[in-house]
Design a protein around this ligand. Structure first.
Ligand code: MCA
Ligand code: AMP
Length: 502
């Protein structure tokens, strides 16, 4: 990889080579490569003129729109690292991410404006909140027409993406331009993505799946996508059947909703080149039913915020249900014993480790956590358990860390427990996952009350105010005491088993 070669240089290349080609279609408007780059570069010049220095952080706390992308790539063109913030985040998550990342500027809009305003006094590093719409338009219009922008190096940080709150606080994964470019190359090669591909894009943009797979792949290949604010199975099926699309990427919940939708409308083969699923396990039953109804054998793949994409089923060759295939081109993966850390043979269950140019640079402000997740030879410990078949197909069998994946969103029990513990009347809380037919897993909470009048509804409402809505418990039950082992550790499996039988 040539130093200084980034996704931004690919963007500039396409804007020069195919200026009139569509990049993004959104709510009836088409943005060409040239228009998209012009708006991104103008935003970059505006940021530099405002006083943003290379290496500083720009946060995006935004709904899906083309401006999300232009602000993202514009900030990187100005040399900034982009801090991705889920737009459903509330005070607790937002306070942590914006203060930990030290973001100097945050682009926001819609309902997020008020949520951010409530926190401004607590964020001394945040010099400016810029609102989408007239304020952003004026910022871009007022940007100098000519201004030399820095040229990001491959080792510069492109994104800070927050993940893995095993300690209750999420950590900022530092992804370099090298990481994002090498990933986009691996993914586009494996999935045979070309400039002719057109993607129906209904994933959120603030996570790896929607941004670093959907958008980066599109951008690298000079392809196009139709972006939607939200996922709707009905609208997706209508759009896909109208023709003109070649790709669809989704989380398993989206595929189960397609199947449910087929009950109310005739199922028929989808005129697509490729459907991909990831972010959570796709059940073989969903794989088979989707193929029966829509004539597509879904390609399941496996990724992580720290590494973007790791493993994929092949486009040509057997797409094996219940597995996530093998490493992407240019990457390595293996299974190691949890205790000895020695590599294991076929069909033996251990921890999945990955190595390659896709693996992140470490966690922001967390040298100990960074050191813990590497083995000294560049192998990254994913925290996922799995096994590999003799012919090289990996299966994910579980997780070595506490994590609930609901509809493709990761929820760390500790974070929800900490939010619940701030609710008056709660003495103790234990949060765990239970199987859910729609979301894969659902959040449940066992609570010991100090105030016997405290209701489940009050706890759920409390969580709603503090955390993103999908993290709030879907079921709450009260117990006299939490079951603990001799070390005092809460036995969550006992709670989960008892709860499942109740
Ligand atoms: C929404 N709700 C949920 C979820 N989504 N509850 C539990 N789990 C969820 N995933 C709740 C909301 O809080 C709300 O509750 C109610 O459902 C309706 O919200 P709405 O936004 O309308 O829901 P939806 O549109 O039906 O959303 C379902 C969804 C969405 C489309 C499946 O969850 C989604 O886009 N998931 C994808 C997440 C994703 O991109 N993950 C990739 C991470 P109330 O009204 O009571 O508040 S990247 C990753 O994992 C790695 C790298 C990888 O491998 O990709
Ligand atoms: P995140 O850290 O939010 O990026 O989520 C990454 C996690 O999602 C991984 O560590 C896995 O636990 C899970 N994951 C992603 N893709 C799959 C998949 N295809 N099957 C099972 N789990 C997956």
């Amino acid at each position: 990889m040539i130093d200084g070669e980034t996704l931004l240089t690919a963007f500039q290349h396409h804007a020069a080579a195919t200026p009139g080609k569509r990049f993004v279609v959104f709510e009836g408007r088409t943005w060409t490569y040239a228009e998209s780059l012009a708006r991104s570069e103008a935003f970059a010049r505006g940021l530099s003129a405002w006083g943003l220095h290379p290496g500083e952080r720009v946060a995006l706390y935004l709904e899906t729109s083309p401006d999300f992308l232009f602000c993202c790539f514009g900030a990187q063109l100005a040399g900034a690292a982009v801090v991705l913030v889920n737009n459903q985040y509330k005070q607790t998550e937002l306070r942590h991410i914006l203060s930990d990342s030290g973001a100097r500027l945050c682009v926001t809009g819609g309902e997020q404006v008020a949520e951010l305003a409530r926190l401004r006094a607590e964020l001394p590093a945040l010099a400016r909140a810029l609102t989408l719409g007239p304020e952003l338009d004026a910022f871009i219009a007022d940007a100098p027409n000519v201004l030399n922008l820095p040229k990001p190096a491959s080792s510069d940080i492109a994104y800070i993406a927050y993940t893995s709150g095993t300690t209750g606080r999420s950590k900022g994964a530092l992804l370099t331009h090298r990481n994002t470019l090498s990933n986009a190359r691996s993914v586009t090669e494996a999935w045979q993505w070309t400039a002719d591909d057109h993607l129906l894009h209904m994933l959120p943009l603030f996570h790896t799946h929607g941004l670093m797979v959907g958008i980066h792949g599109t951008l690298l290949r000079g392809a196009s996508c139709e972006l939607h604010r939200h996922f709707s199975a009905r609208i997706a099926l209508d759009r896909l059947r109208s023709g003109g699309f070649s790709l669809f990427f989704g989380v398993p919940t989206m595929y189960t909703r397609f199947i449910a939708e087929a009950l109310s409308c005739a199922a028929m083969p989808l005129p697509l080149r490729l459907c991909v699923s990831g972010s959570a396990p796709l059940s073989p039953a969903t794989f088979a039913e989707f193929e029966r109804l829509f004539g597509q054998r879904i390609v399941e793949r496996y990724g992580m915020t720290e590494t973007i994409m790791n493993l994929t089923n092949p486009v040509d060759g057997e797409r094996r249900p219940g597995t996530v295939g093998g490493p992407f081109p240019g990457q390595e993966a293996r299974i190691v014993d949890l205790k000895t850390r020695r590599p294991l043979g076929p069909d033996e269950i251990g921890e999945i480790e990955v190595r390659g140019p896709h693996v992140f640079a470490g966690y922001l402000n967390q040298p100990a956590a960074t050191a813990e997740c590497f083995d000294g030879e560049g192998w990254f410990r994913t925290g996922d358990l799995g096994q590999v078949s003799p012919d090289g197909y990996f299966t994910i069998t579980g997780r070595a860390r506490e994590l609930i994946i609901s509809g493709g969103y990761n929820i760390y029990p500790r974070e929800v427990e900490e939010a619940i513990l701030t609710c008056p009347g709660v003495a103790e809380a234990a949060v765990f996952g239970q199987p859910d037919p729609e979301f894969g897993e659902r959040v449940c909470a066992a609570i010991v009350r100090s105030d016997p009048a405290l209701t489940a509804e009050a706890i759920v409402e409390h969580c709603r105010a503090e955390l993103a809505g999908y993290k709030k418990p879907k079921r709450v039950f009260f117990v006299e005491a939490l079951p603990r082992n001799a070390m005092g550790k809460v036995q969550k499996h006992t709670l989960a088993d008892g709860f499942a039988q109740s």
